[in-house]
Design a protein around this ligand. Structure first.
Ligand SMILES: Cc1cc2nc3c(=O)[nH]c(=O)nc-3n(C[C@H](O)[C@H](O)[C@H](O)COP(=O)(O)O)c2cc1C
Length: 182
């Protein structure tokens, strides 16, 4: 399948990007094609008008629109910032709308604290529903992200197991939806 992974923190010192890279790596190892959309790298301006294919603001936006529209599903990896998902993530994703129609969404929240980003995960699930996505009920929470990686390598086997279980569930949903598309 063609899958989009969104990395949702624009901070230079961001920790959640390592999780987004790990998600992408594991999906590729399972034989899927992954398009990483990195909100820091995309660096969209504050939204003044939504993406219009007749008058695109940039080639980069055109690419993102096509990547989402042609995907079989999206995994959104967001940091928890003040009890919600990041503003940079929402500013990036709000440029698009019809591209998300009936896409399966998997939600991964990342935090430095013990609660794993539960507030970000719940509000992001709600947001994905508003985008007409079909949202996997079980989000993956990521507590204490600063303890999970060393030199870019995941060192917490327990988190790896939970990540694989989440991806299995997400791929089940994406395949079920793909099978119903006629
Ligand atoms: C502006 C800001 C607000 C934050 N608010 C929360 C929060 O509400 N709950 C929490 O667990 N962690 C919070 N954190 C810590 C982040 O979860 C932590 O930085 C983690 O690494 C994920 O964000 P990052 O990818 O931007 O690094 C906050 C961090 C920043 C920069």
């Amino acid at each position: 399948m063609n899958l989009v992974v969104v990395s949702g923190s624009a901070r230079p010192q961001r920790q959640s990007h390592q999780v987004a890279l790990e998600v992408g790596k594991r999906l590729e190892e399972k034989g899927h094609t992954v398009h990483l959309l990195d909100v820091r790298d995309l660096n969209f301006p504050l939204l003044e008008r939504v993406y219009d294919p007749a008058a695109p603001l940039s080639g980069k936006m055109q690419e993102v629109s096509a990547a989402i529209a042609q995907s079989d599903g999206l995994v959104i990896v967001s940091p928890e910032h003040n009890g919600s998902y990041s503003g940079a993530l929402k500013n990036t994703m709000d440029y698009f709308y019809k591209e998300y129609f009936r896409k399966p969404f998997g939600i991964v929240a990342v935090s430095a604290g013990m609660l794993g980003g539960i507030n970000a995960a719940k509000s992001l699930q709600h947001y994905a529903l508003t985008l007409n996505g079909i949202v996997l009920p079980n989000a993956l929470l990521t507590p204490k992200v600063q303890t999970l990686f060393q030199d870019g390598q995941l060192i917490d086997a327990g988190y790896g197991t939970r990540l694989d279980k989440f991806l299995t569930d997400f791929l089940w949903l994406a395949q079920a939806i793909q099978a119903t598309n006629v």
